[in-house]
Design a protein around this ligand. Structure first.
Ligand SMILES: C[S@@+](CC[C@H](N)C(=O)[O-])C[C@H]1O[C@@H](n2cnc3c(N)ncnc32)[C@H](O)[C@@H]1O
Length: 262
């Protein structure tokens, strides 16, 4: 699909089948520091949390019993519709705790100084740095004094590791550098990845992948301090497309950053 014909919110296309199509830190992780970090937050029953880029609202059931108020925000109309359906099935006491907004992270106008905790799970994926920085600044402004920001983003290092893994494996098998590179390129779908910019073209959209240094730099540039770094590790291996038999490969992982405001 050409850049010109790409639709405005391609996430809406997969909203209905989201849980089966997307590898999610909420559904498929063997290690996710989010749960421990949420448990450590004191006086949660007095606090307001925002799920930014909330998708179909899979985080909502975890936040509901713990926090005073939950804001679920997403730019996708279909995502918002599905979240509202989920909310409508809640008991009335819980229902009144959940606010749902269709908004872009780049424009959180009206939500300044509103949250004690903001969580973005694989929603800061926009390809242009100016949009990433704009979103981070908006998120910072939406946090109250002493607020925290928990961020999960796709990892470019995970892709590089996968590349190395398949390259070394093929080199061992055939002994030829050029052949090993060709196979690694095919497996990693080299033509879809921009290694310089850290972007992956899914055909429907371009998604940003970050190096740890890159996301930490962007956070520092927009006024956040990274208090702890970890990884979300998935139970699934990285899928290699062109190998028979399918090789055992390393597990996929994302960056996990728990930040305060400077
Ligand atoms: C990979 S999904 C993650 C959904 C959810 N956080 C989860 O983990 O289940 C990415 C979500 O971010 C939303 N999104 C992408 N760009 C956005 C933006 N600029 N502003 C708000 N939401 C955005 C998409 O509509 C989609 O629902």
């Amino acid at each position: 699909m050409s850049q010109a014909t790409k639709i405005s919110n391609p996430w809406d296309n997969i909203a209905t089948n989201y849980d089966s199509e997307i590898i999610s830190p909420l559904l498929h992780a063997t290690h996710n520091p989010l749960w421990g970090d949420i448990n450590k937050i004191k006086a949660k029953a007095t606090k307001t949390v925002a799920d930014l880029g909330a998708g179909t609202g899979n985080l909502m059931p975890y936040l509901l019993p713990k926090f005073k108020k939950i804001y679920a925000i997403d730019a996708g109309a279909k995502m918002v519709e599905l979240m509202k359906e989920k909310r409508s099935r809640l008991k009335s006491a819980e229902k009144s705790k959940v606010k749902i907004y269709k908004k872009k992270l780049e424009n959180l106008k009206g939500l300044e100084n509103s949250f004690d905790l903001a969580i973005s799970i694989n929603s800061l994926l926009m390809p242009e740095y100016k949009n990433i920085k704009k979103s981070l600044l908006q998120i910072k402004n939406s946090l109250r004094k002493g607020g925290r920001f928990i961020l999960v983003v796709p990892s470019m290092e995970a892709i590089s590791q996968a590349y190395r893994w398949i390259y070394e494996r093929e080199l061992k098998l055939c002994g030829k550098r050029a052949k090993a590179i060709t196979l690694a390129n095919k497996n990693i779908e080299f033509e879809r990845i921009h290694f310089g910019l850290g972007e992956y073209d899914t055909s429907d959209m371009i998604q940003k992948y970050f190096s740890r240094f890159e996301i930490e730099t962007l956070l520092a540039e927009t006024g956040f301090t990274v208090k702890s770094y970890d990884r979300v590790v998935y139970d699934g291996e990285i899928t290699f497309l062109y190998n028979d038999p399918k090789p055992k490969s390393p597990n996929m992982w994302d960056h996990y950053l728990n930040c305060s405001v400077q």
